[in-house]
Design a protein around this ligand. Structure first.
Ligand SMILES: C=C(O[C@@H]1C=C(C(=O)O)C=C[C@H]1O)C(=O)O
Length: 355
C-alpha cells in the first residue's frame, strides 16, 4: 500500500475509535438524563456545557484548532441532549433571523428548533409547555432595549436561564441588479436604525419599508425586483440572495444580547447575574431609596431600565440587573428589603454571566 493509503487507513481506524467514544459518551448522557428525571432536575445545564468548552480549550494540546472545539462539542452535546430528552426550542423567527443564529449557537443543529412569529408567541409556547425553552432578543449595544421582551416579563412567570451575546453584522442583499437599481429597502426597524448613515450616504432616495424581521425582509426581496433587504449572511444563504454590500452597520461595535427563557430556576455558578423588576408608588426621592438596599450592601448594579405600565398612564416599572445570584446572602437580603416597600417585585432569574 502507498503512503497515502496507509495514512487513510490510520484515519479510518481513528474515526472508528472516535465513534466508539461518542457512543460511550451518549450512553453516559442518557444515564444522566434518567437520573435527572428522577431527581426532577433540568435537562439542559448551560453552565455545565460552558465548563466543558472552557476545560477542553484549556487542555487542548493542538494542532486541532481550539476554535473548532466549541463547534464540534456543540453538536456532540446537542446530540446527547436530544437522547436525554427530545427538546423543543422556539425562537423569534422566521428562519435566519439573528435570534435563529443565537438559538443555533446555543442549542446546536440537533435541537428541534421552531420559529415563532412574535416575541409574545415565544413566551406563550414556553409557558404552555409546548416548548421547553425560548430564545428572544433583549438589548442591542447601539439601539438599547428590545422593549417588547421587557414588557412580556411583566405578564409572564417564565425565568431567564441564560444570556448569549452575538456580534451583529448587516449586509445589503438583493436578488439581482446593482446599487443603482434599488428603489426600496426592507428591514426590521432596529436594523434600519443601525445602518441609518450608510443608507443616507449610499441610497438616499430609496424608500425604507419596515417589516417584522430581517429574515422576513430577505424573504420579500427574493420575489421583488428593485428591492434590497438589510439582513444577515445567514439569510442570504437561506433565501439565495446576493450580498451586494457587507458590514453596512454604522457602528462596527454592534452586539445583541439574547435570553434563553424557560421554567427552571438555576443553581449558583459563582459568576452569575440576577434580573428583577419592581414598581413603587411615586413620591420625591423614592427611586434612590429603592436602590439603597443594594448600595448599602456594595452590590454591583449592572443595568437599570424603566418601562411604562400599560394599565395606568405615567406609572413605571424598573428592570434591574445585579451581579450575583439570588441565593447569595446580600442579594437575598436586599431583595427582601426592597420587597417591603415595593408595590410589585419579581425575580426574573439568576443565570451564568456570558461576560
Ligand atoms: C449530560 C448532561 O446534560 C446535558 C448534556 C451535556 C453533555 O452532553 O455534556 C452537558 C450539560 C447538559 O446540558 C449533564 O448535565 O451533565
Amino acid at each position: 500500500m502507498d503512503q497515502l493509503g496507509k495514512l487513510r487507513e490510520e484515519i479510518d481506524d481513528l474515526d472508528e475509535r472516535i465513534l466508539e467514544l461518542l457512543n460511550r459518551r451518549a450512553k453516559v448522557a442518557m444515564e444522566i438524563g434518567h437520573l435527572k428525571k428522577v431527581l426532577r432536575k433540568p435537562f439542559y445545564v448551560p453552565s455545565r456545557e460552558r465548563a466543558i468548552f472552557e476545560r477542553l480549550r484549556s487542555i487542548n494540546p493542538g494542532p486541532f484548532p481550539s476554535d473548532a472545539i466549541d463547534t464540534v462539542f456543540r453538536e456532540i452535546i446537542s446530540a446527547s441532549l436530544s437522547l436525554e430528552y427530545p427538546m423543543k426550542v422556539v425562537y423569534l423567527g422566521p428562519k435566519a433571523t439573528f435570534t435563529h443564529v443565537a438559538a443555533l449557537q446555543k442549542f446546536g443543529k440537533l435541537a428541534q428548533l421552531a420559529a415563532c412569529k412574535s416575541i409574545s408567541s415565544v413566551f406563550d409556547e414556553v409557558a404552555s409547555g409546548r416548548a421547553l425553552y425560548g430564545v428572544v432578543p433583549i438589548e442591542n449595544s447601539n439601539e438599547g432595549a428590545v422593549t417588547h421582551t421587557l414588557d412580556m416579563f411583566l405578564e409572564s412567570d417564565l425565568k431567564i436561564i441564560e444570556e448569549h451575546y452575538l456580534e451583529i453584522s448587516h449586509d445589503l442583499l438583493v436578488n439581482d441588479g446593482e446599487l443603482g437599481d434599488v428603489r426600496r429597502i426592507y428591514s426590521h426597524p432596529q436594523a434600519l436604525d443601525q445602518c441609518r448613515r450608510w443608507i443616507e450616504d449610499h441610497l438616499p432616495h430609496a424608500q425604507q419599508v419596515v417589516v417584522t424581521s430581517t429574515a422576513r425582509a430577505a424573504q420579500i426581496v427574493a420575489d421583488e425586483p428593485n428591492s434590497a433587504a438589510i439582513a444577515s449572511r445567514h439569510a442570504a444563504n437561506l433565501y439565495k440572495l446576493r450580498v451586494l454590500e457587507s458590514n453596512i452597520q454604522d457602528n462596527h461595535e454592534n452586539y445583541t444580547r439574547f435570553l434563553v427563557i424557560g421554567r427552571d430556576l438555576l443553581e449558583p455558578t459563582g459568576h452569575d447575574r440576577t434580573s428583577i423588576l419592581f414598581g413603587f408608588k411615586d413620591r420625591p426621592g423614592v427611586l434612590g431609596e429603592m436602590l439603597e438596599p443594594f448600595k448599602n450592601r456594595s452590590l454591583n448594579l449592572m443595568k437599570i431600565e424603566s418601562r411604562p405600565i400599560k394599565k395606568k398612564a405615567w406609572e413605571y416599572v424598573f428592570f434591574l440587573d445585579i451581579e450575583g445570584h439570588v441565593e447569595d446572602g446580600p442579594i437575598k437580603e436586599a431583595i427582601k428589603e426592597l420587597d417591603s416597600f415595593a408595590t410589585l417585585l419579581k425575580v426574573l432569574g439568576s443565570f451564568r454571566r456570558a461576560r
